[in-house]
Design a protein around this ligand. Structure first.
Ligand SMILES: Cc1cc2nc3c(=O)[nH]c(=O)nc-3n(C[C@H](O)[C@H](O)[C@H](O)COP(=O)(O)O)c2cc1C
Length: 661
């Protein structure tokens, strides 16, 4: 029985000779769950759960289809050797009633990581805007050979049971590099005017259609505004779409991607610093070029209502969901049966992107189970000997452990001094761009209550209080607090005049006045929350300076989030000083802060300083550990009270510990 709130979302749709069971397609997501061109167990689990979770189709991550592109973290389709693996993946998706589409992509000169992209090919020998990789310009013969190889690769996918492919021609990759006048300066038939720049893509579409025939879905991901001066803006994107539309009998659907391999990369993963689904209005305009082509809505579409609206207001025929299906593979099924409250919603933190770029495989702040078996309808193993577990703390570590252990059959009591749950994340959720984070602890709290966790909140629990509860196990999830930075002597620290970041943020959130003068934020944290506070400071002080002893800000953030953050900090006029630390706090009496270059030792100062705050390395709140152990209790620390780390580390650790109890 389908949820009457989303009649269109859960109606079937005919595409390329196939029928989608609903309108939700899993957008292409690199998982790094592939090794030596073969799927790992995690990839199998990942696809099975997303298919069983109800997506109508899954677009895979890019598949290696050419002799040139044999990246080991891609499935192998450049010859017949990988057919068994391709069949295995297609079968498991098809068995769950979903369709599999392989992504056709080559990064060309594009590179996210440090260093250059050795052996890269491209449209012209011009540097990648991020890595400055200069590719070898492809000859006409090489282009033709690649097109043939891709078409044969697609044929292999079809033989293996794939329902189609998506050609990734956006995101700054190779086909985008040919489409853009910024990166394509060729003077042969594959460059120059629109006709020349679209020729590679148009020939590829024709070759795949010739090779694969029907039924076979060919979808396009085209560049919209790529944010590169001289590149593709919305006018150029429209012109490209209009030229491709002349060939619409050969492909089946299109959608668009924003940003490029440039400072604009972050635009492909919009987050809570901007409006929700920011691209749908543009997509609605672009689809008017050829309304009969099935159109995909994409980009920060987070809940089923937004999906339904995009489908019914003329924007799109299908919706591509990327990050939301990483966080909850059962988003489609839960929406369909009216269990929207049970969805673990994507918070657009982009930790997923960071995890694949850092190379350890896809992970999610709000889903500690990505890639595990039966992730879509996870049921923990029930314990035979239920214990009474007392969890001290109210943050996400406490709540993740509480609902997970309660689901296993343990009796759980959560004791915490705050009357609200959420801990540090609650504060972050109140800061600019943080609003989504509330869904992390809202979900945990909902589940904890559903599984009858007892909450004793609003009173600081002493060791004796905890002992009196007669727990079998105590989990200390008491978080962390700001440490005292080395440049802050004891007198200044005791003065209370240099608040920590959390203290100043808490204070400023209760006020709305603006102070004349400069607030200096000394950054020894380098995570998102620090820059969210910086944005708040920029609303409350007329001048803001962030200083760090490192070479750049945001060292612990993904490239994507760093770009977005830098954009906002610069837009707000915040001054950024690197390689310096404070030295002379006494100068504050004259509204000056002395600073020293950490390499040369050169001294200088900042003027007009009316406030200083510090985001310093945190130290664990583990004071209860020793007294509780002295009572002979089994006590374990989790989250920041074990060691201050990221939200990802916290949810993952709390989940793992709760599963071991
Ligand atoms: C971790 C991660 C990996 C991605 N990998 C790809 C990819 O290989 N190919 C691609 O076309 N898009 C890729 N994307 C972009 C998504 O397909 C999608 O366009 C983007 O996430 C916006 O949709 P969303 O807001 O629903 O996540 C990736 C996104 C993320 C977060």
């Amino acid at each position: 029985m389908s949820n009457p709130r989303y009649p269109t979302l859960f109606s079937p749709f005919d595409l390329g000779g196939y029928t989608l069971r609903n309108r939700i397609i899993h957008a292409s997501i690199v998982t790094k769950y592939i090794a030596n061109n073969a799927p790992t167990e995690k990839l199998i689990n990942y696809y099975r759960s997303r298919a069983a979770g109800g997506a109508a189709a899954i677009v895979t991550e890019p598949i290696a289809m050419t002799a040139y592109n044999r990246i080991p973290t891609r499935l192998r389709a450049w010859d017949d050797v990988g057919m068994g693996n391709l069949r295995q993946v297609a079968d498991l998706v098809n068995t769950e009633g979903s369709l599999l589409l392989g992504q056709v992509q080559d990064s060309g000169r594009g590179r996210h990581g440090v260093g250059r992209n050795d052996g890269a090919v491209g449209a012209s020998a011009l540097p990648d805007d991020l890595s400055w990789t200069v590719p070898t310009a492809l000859s006409i013969g090489e282009i033709e050979a690649m097109i043939e190889a891709w078409a044969r690769g697609c044929r292999r996918l079809k033989n293996a049971g794939f329902a189609g492919v998506e050609i990734s021609a956006g995101h700054g990759h190779l086909f985008h590099q040919f489409l853009s006048p910024w990166s394509n300066r060729r003077d042969d038939e594959y460059g120059g005017d629109l006709e020349g720049r679209t020729r590679f893509l148009r020939s590829l579409i024709s070759a795949i259609r010739n090779e694969c025939g029907y039924p076979f879905i060919i979808g396009l991901k085209l560049p919209a505004d790529d944010g590169v001066v001289g590149g593709i803006d919305m006018n150029e994107a429209s012109a490209i779409a209009a030229r491709l539309a002349e060939q619409r009998s050969e492909f089946d659907s299109w959608t668009w991607a924003w940003g490029s391999h440039a400072r604009s990369l972050y635009k492909h993963l919009p987050d809570a610093h901007g409006e929700r689904h920011p691209y749908l209005a543009h997509i609605a305009e672009l689809r008017k070029i050829a309304p009969e082509v099935a159109t995909g809505g994409i980009g920060y579409i987070t809940d089923p209502n937004e999906c339904e609206t995009a489908l019914t207001n003329g924007t799109a025929d299908i919706v591509f969901l990327g990050r939301p299906l990483i966080t909850d593979p059962s988003f489609p099924n839960k929406s369909r049966v009216g269990r929207e409250a049970d969805i673990r919603y994507c918070v657009a933190c982009n930790t997923c992107w960071r995890s694949i770029i850092d190379g350890q495989g896809l992970e999610c702040d709000n889903n500690p189970r990505v890639g595990s078996p039966d992730e879509h309808e996870w049921q923990p193993i029930s314990v035979s000997n239920p214990k009474h577990i007392v969890i001290v703390g109210t943050g996400v570590a406490a709540l993740e452990a509480a609902h997970t252990a309660a689901r296993r059959g343990h009796r759980i009591t959560v004791a915490g001094d705050h009357s609200n749950v959420g801990g540090k994340t609650l504060l972050h959720a109140s800061l600019p761009g943080g609003e989504n984070l509330s869904s992390v602890y809202d979900y945990q709290y909902l589940m904890a209550n559903r599984y009858e966790v007892e909450f004793a909140l609003g009173r600081k629990a002493s060791a004796d209080d905890i002992v009196s509860l007669q727990p079998d196990v105590v989990l200390l999830a008491t978080g962390s607090r700001a440490g005292q930075p080395h440049w802050l002597d004891d007198d200044w620290a005791a003065s209370g005049l240099i608040p920590s970041l959390r203290e100043i943020a808490t204070d400023l959130l209760e006020r709305s006045d603006t102070t004349e003068g400069r607030c200096v934020l000394v950054d020894q944290d380098h995570t998102e929350m620090t820059y969210a506070v910086a944005e708040l400071l920029a609303r409350r002080f007329t001048k803001v300076t962030i200083m760090t002893s490192r070479e750049r800000l945001g060292h612990d953030m993904s490239l994507i989030n760093r770009q977005g953050s830098y954009q906002r900090l610069h837009d707000l006029g915040i001054e950024i000083l690197c390689n310096v630390e404070p030295v002379d706090l006494d100068a504050l009496e004259n509204a000056q802060l002395g600073i020293r270059n950490v390499y040369s030792g050169a001294l200088s100062h900042i003027d007009d300083v009316v406030a200083v705050t510090h985001a310093s390395s945190r130290i664990p709140n583990d004071e209860l550990l020793a007294p509780l152990q002295a009572h002979g209790l089994d006590v374990r620390t989790i989250g920041d009270s074990r060691a201050p780390r990221s939200l990802l580390a916290t949810t993952r650790e709390a989940y793992q510990v709760a599963n071991q109890l």
